[in-house]
Design a protein around this ligand. Structure first.
Ligand code: UD1
Length: 360
């Protein structure tokens, strides 16, 4: 059996790490890894391959940055050539980025079976590019691997056949559990009491007013606790473009950093008092690490992080954020429950399904 797995961006690398490791144990499966090149900086890409011991991609499409149509279109054109040459039995895509949809669409048009990892998550917010990618990828996938139970309901509501859905757990959590101990030995942040901040959602960082509001919120927060902020390139570019760097530079309790490696970032989260973010994956990671998570979005596609985990949605509401910060700093916050099947065995389950389904 020949399988092509596709990665493009930072969170994809984290998810594929445990899968690539598991599938390498099955020598009867020929596994080819394709990197679309959507993320390309050493700090956004290369360092993840090294630290997570992901095999070097067999093929790099070298797409790089661009508008949505440019990125999606270029990936499709280059990936089609790869598929025609390699003729795999299955294409495996992960998550919800432009590379995910582009490769799923290319494969399905060539009649090649598609597996989607992290299927069925829905924010019900069509303004998020990721939501469009999720809905469309699921519609054309043959094997839909889900990380939480609500995802099944979402897929059934969209008319997906139940037989195609497999509840297998969470690859991102497999990778976390595999590397937690190693990460705990680092010391990314010298401070003892600090919060971690990450921001990269277009709805937060591509609009000047919203980025300004976030800086106001951070200005207040940094008077109460130090803030450690590894800045995503999209956000760094926009701070510059909107002329907000001088405002940021006046906030002496904000510690800025370049994007971190996987282990460095994991360590920063593990030792923090709380995390403020607009990321999807970090809502899940903080739930497993039992660190309070303030999600500066109006919705989440990962509801189990709220019902079982440490996550609270605040949008950019200053009062809501203040209230949670108060309770965390006063030591009152609800610990997380164990989330069903987030046990480090998702990759094993996925490979079992692939083998049992006799895809080729
Ligand atoms: C993409 C995904 C998003 C995911 C995020 C993880 C889409 C639509 N978005 O968003 O779902 O949560 O990755 O980080 O697929 N840049 C660099 N170096 C890099 C990569 C990007 O400097 O290695 C800069 C470029 O200026 C680029 C910008 O960051 O234009 C945005 O990159 P892009 O991949 O388009 O989107 P992300 O915001 O990273």
């Amino acid at each position: 059996m020949k399988i092509i797995s596709v990665v493009g961006t930072r969170p994809n690398f984290v998810k594929i790490a445990s899968f690539a490791k598991e599938i390498s144990k099955h020598t009867e499966i020929n596994h080819i890894l394709v990197h679309t090149g959507q993320h390309y900086d050493e700090k956004m890409s290369g360092s993840f391959f090294k630290e997570l011991e992901i095999p070097e991609p067999n093929i790099n499409l070298g797409i790089g940055s661009g508008s949505h149509a440019e990125q999606t279109g270029k990936v499709m054109m280059e990936f089609e050539k790869v598929l025609l040459k390699e003729n795999p039995d299955l294409v495996m895509v992960v998550g919800d980025v432009n590379s995910t949809l582009a490769c799923a669409l290319t494969a399905s048009k060539l009649g090649i079976k598609v597996a989607h990892i992290e299927s069925g998550l829905r924010s019900f917010d069509r303004e998020m590019p990721e939501e469009i990618n999720r809905v469309l990828t699921d519609q054309i996938s043959d094997y839909l691997f889900i990380t939480e139970r609500d995802a099944e309901k979402n897929l059934l509501n969209e008319g997906i056949n139940k037989n195609k859905i497999f509840f297998v757990g969470n690859l991102m959590i497999d990778t976390l559990l595999m590397h937690k101990e190693k990460a705990s030995k680092l010391k990314t942040v010298k401070e003892k009491n600090y919060a971690v901040l990450t921001l990269h959602r277009p709805s937060n960082v591509d609009k000047k007013e919203n980025l300004e509001t976030i800086l106001e919120i951070m200005n207040e927060l940094q008077s109460r606790i130090k803030i450690f902020w590894p800045i995503h390139p999209r956000t760094r570019n926009n701070l510059e473009k909107f002329g907000l760097n001088s405002k940021l530079n006046t906030m002496k309790n904000i510690i800025l950093s370049e994007p971190l490696s996987y282990l460095e970032f994991m360590n920063a989260m593990m030792n923090s008092k709380m995390v403020l973010t607009d990321s999807g994956g970090i809502q899940e990671e903080t739930t497993v690490l039992n660190i309070p998570c303030i999600t500066m979005r109006e919705n989440t596609e990962r509801p189990t992080t709220i019902s079982n985990g440490t996550n609270t949605l605040t949008g950019l509401d200053k009062n809501k954020i203040r209230k949670i910060v108060d309770s965390v700093l006063n030591g009152h916050f609800d610990k997380s429950n164990k989330v069903e099947l987030w046990d480090g065995k998702a990759a094993e389950r996925i490979v079992n399904v692939i083998k049992n389904e006799k895809i080729n």
